[in-house]
Design a protein around this ligand. Structure first.
Ligand code: HEC
Ligand code: HEC
Length: 388
């Protein structure tokens, strides 16, 4: 846990460092290593929610406590488990009425709950969502989800609790879900005292403070020392010759037009025309019904398989073959017309022979050393993690 002062200084320092005028688009370095960067070593936090060890520890308990779900059986960790890099290695999530973890999670019978329509993202490095090259990161406006429908980790944290198929289920009505959860937490002495110590003596258990504690915990889940990071910080031997060759091919192929900056994401939405997942009753049309999805980070791809917003590709070979086809003009999704494709996809130059080296490079972005601590027990007395 970094002391509060450091987080604060980082945020200020970052803002000051970015006052240079924005570069003209044409002058931006293209296809060069300057498009990429190591993760910062300090973690930002919004001014009104500084990260403290006590708050992050409360957030950890909440993250694992199924008391936040209608049926007291699903926690955040159900779909974001440390064993799977805080993601879950399955195409579409199962929340309410499920049992088991990750690939072996299934619905109990009888069942009338649908799949969550998207692939679970990793919460690792969520503190850096929105951080792009040369821009000030404002954690309060960080664009969340595959369709950027929510901004900031604080606002994001309440969405799964409210979502019917993720955590709410039939047990709570959508109008009262947050009030009901707050009442449950208020009835648990350990939560009352922890919230009181952190947020003030009276009325400390509120949905806003639940969100703040969870977000503070998430900001401590950093995996920022991949071999790529070591290389960018000056250790020229951290990447093998094949991996540096793969990095150059990644740049030359046009991948970094979108996958750039320290997170390998521009955090913008783009139309690529990925096909539909046939388990879903209807086509997922993405951001504002345009079939655009937010560029995902390419960090820790080892944990985020299967890939894309709906987990349509099991392997990185399949993802790269998809890009090779796209570069050749093939559109996978019949609902997407050529004119809708993101113009940046026209710059893709993907050669079959380069694919394995690009994948070697992508694997150098994994960092498997991160906080995996699961609380032995949670204050509700329920099973930590839920029905997993
Ligand atoms: C039933 C499975 C499930 C549960 C439970 C769940 N999530 Fe998620 N989470 C997902 C899925 C699926 C997505 C992607 C949804 C989308 O983009 O539309 C996601 C996205 C996220 C993101 C966005 C990451 C990004 O890159 O934008 C964060 C942060 C997150 N979840 C945190 C949480 C927290 C905190 C909780 C508990 C309060 C939680 N999740 C509960 C499945 C789940
Ligand atoms: C025009 C912007 C753009 C370009 C160029 C681009 N990508 Fe992507 N990438 C995206 C978007 C957007 C998604 C998510 C698409 C979806 O889910 O429908 C994505 C998804 C991915 C994923 C899946 C990650 C995950 O965790 O699910 C990988 C891997 C990937 N891209 C690698 C690459 C590589 C390698 C290249 C170069 C050959 C490349 N991308 C070029 C925007 C881009």
């Amino acid at each position: 846990m970094k002391p509060l002062l450091f987080s604060f200084l980082f945020f200020i320092g970052f803002s000051v460092g970015c006052t240079e005028p924005k570069e003209d688009k044409k002058q931006k370095p293209t296809d060069t290593i300057e498009l990429l960067a190591a993760l910062p070593t300090e973690t930002p936090a919004p001014a009104d929610n500084p990260t403290t060890p006590e708050k992050a520890e409360l957030g950890r308990l909440l993250f694992y406590d199924p008391v936040l779900s209608g049926g007291r059986d699903v926690s955040c960790a159900t779909c974001h488990h440390p064993e799977f890099g805080y993601a879950e290695l399955r195409d579409l999530s199962i929340g309410v009425n499920g049992e088991g973890l990750a690939g072996s999670r299934t619905f109990r019978t009888p069942n009338d709950i649908p799949f969550v329509k998207r692939n679970s993202q990793s919460v690792l490095n969520a503190a850096f969502i929105g951080l792009t090259n040369g821009q000030v990161l404002n954690p309060a406006t960080a664009p969340m989800f595959w369709d950027v429908r929510t901004q900031s980790l604080e606002k994001q944290a309440l969405e799964p609790i409210k979502a019917f198929e993720e955590m709410r289920g039939h047990a709570l009505s959508s109008d009262h879900v947050l009030d009901s959860i707050v009442a449950r937490l208020n009835a648990i002495p350990e939560y009352r005292s922890r919230f009181g110590q952190i947020f003030g003596k009276t009325d400390a258990v509120t949905s806003d403070n639940v969100a703040k504690a969870i977000a503070a915990f998430e900001r401590t889940l950093v995996a920022g020392n991949s071999r790529f990071d070591q290389y960018m910080r000056g250790d020229g031997n951290a990447l093998s010759p094949n991996e540096t060759a793969g990095m150059n091919l990644f740049l030359q192929s046009g991948c970094a037009k979108c996958h750039n900056g320290p997170m390998f994401s521009d955090f913008k939405t783009h139309v690529l025309g990925v096909g539909d997942n046939e388990k879903l009753p209807k086509s997922d049309d993405g951001t504002n019904r345009t079939y655009a999805f937010r560029t995902p980070s390419l960090r820790n791809l080892r944990f985020t398989a299967p890939y894309m917003h709906n987990g349509n590709f099991a392997t990185l070979e399949q993802v790269l073959t998809f890009y090779e086809d796209l570069a050749g003009g093939k559109i996978e999704n019949p609902h997407v017309k050529a004119a809708q494709l993101d113009p940046l996809t026209h710059d893709l130059k993907v050669n079959f022979k380069d694919i394995s080296l690009i994948i070697e490079f992508l694997n150098s972005l994994n960092d498997t050393k991160f906080d995996r601590k699961i609380p032995e027990k949670v204050p509700s007395g329920l099973k930590a993690g839920g029905n997993i």
